[in-house]
Design a binder for this molecule. Structure first.
Ligand SMILES: [Zn+2]
Length: 312
């Protein structure tokens, strides 16, 4: 067992702040690699199970029909290209400069410090600028982990809030970059919420957590349904519904009105500024995940205060 004094130090705001910096560094890798891994899996499935497969073809085109031979050729060509790609998981290989392929040494990988002091925002091998978003993500993760330690105390259950924060940040960034919200992030958040409620460490009962998951999914499904009837476009993606289900599972159904109002309000303001001020194309979808994440994060830290405003 861990010495109680050491455990308290690790779970204190400075301890979790340092852990947050390290986790933030890992989140940068996840945000970069997870979408690529998803696309790779999508192409692989298409080639292996669908593209030239009579079982996928015949239910739609008739039991006597055969997939055109070009499809088999295309599947073969895609397969050959896929085999050329280097194998990549979240942990392997080590981080590289996307420009020149230089493998980062340990001292180039220290959160925030390497970027700010040692590298001054540039790759040590080729001099290409490294985006400020990398250290910013590390700083924000570290700051939020430290805030969680300050809000929820130096106890093991605070790690559950840190996990939820890390999941929300990762979803926000991946949605921002790709407009994807991976099931591999949204579903675990639902699990963390339900598990936390069952363990009695999140301040909501299992029933409130389950109701939050259902209501979170349902309310965005309903918005999407009404919007489709009225405007004939898909306004809501299923990923958004699962993400709000996760927030509802974590914080209970009571937190949903304020989290959703915050997300929608912020989304509307930023959307209008981008369309009016920056000339953004109105027909382009605006990812909702980053705003849901902000609504969720505010509710984690200021839930009771936000609810009292809403109930006035
Ligand atoms: Zn480089």
């Amino acid at each position: 067992m861990l010495d109680p004094g050491l455990a308290a130090a690790l779970l204190s705001p400075p301890g979790l702040g340092v852990l947050g910096l390290l986790i933030g560094s890992f989140l940068n890798v996840v945000v970069h690699r997870l979408p690529a891994m998803m696309w790779r899996a999508w192409w692989k499935d298409s080639v292996e199970f669908q593209l030239a497969d009579p079982l996928a073809w015949q239910p739609l085109f008739g039991s006597q029909s055969r997939p055109p031979p070009q499809l088999a050729l295309a599947a073969k060509a895609i397969d050959a290209e896929l085999k050329k790609l280097p194998q990549e998981t979240l942990l392997h290989p080590r981080s590289r400069c996307p420009q020149c392929g230089h493998v980062l040494r340990w001292w180039e990988n220290i959160p925030v410090f390497s970027w700010l002091v040692l590298l001054r925002g540039r790759c040590s091998a080729c001099g290409t600028r490294i985006a400020w978003r990398y250290p910013a993500v590390e700083l924000v993760t570290g700051g939020l982990f430290a805030a969680a330690a300050a809000s929820f105390g130096a106890q093991p259950s605070t790690l559950l809030w840190c996990l939820a924060i890390a999941l929300l940040l990762t979803m926000a960034l991946i949605d921002l970059d790709t407009t994807l919200l991976p099931d591999s992030l949204t579903l675990p958040l639902i699990g963390v919420g339900l598990g936390g409620a069952l363990a009695g460490v999140t301040g909501v009962t299992p029933a409130e957590s389950a109701a939050g998951a259902l209501a979170g999914y349902g309310v965005l499904w309903l918005v999407g349904f009404v919007w489709r009837l009225a405007r004939k476009v898909d306004a809501m993606a299923e990923g958004d519904m699962k993400m709000l289900a996760g927030i509802g599972a974590l914080l209970g159904w009571q937190a949903l009105p304020s989290a959703l109002l915050l997300a929608a309000g912020l989304g509307a303001v930023v959307g209008l500024v981008m369309i009016a001020g920056l000339g953004r194309d109105r027909s382009k979808p605006i990812p909702f995940g980053p705003y849901l994440a902000l609504g969720g994060l505010c509710s984690i830290f200021f839930g009771p205060a936000l609810r009292s405003v809403w109930l006035l």
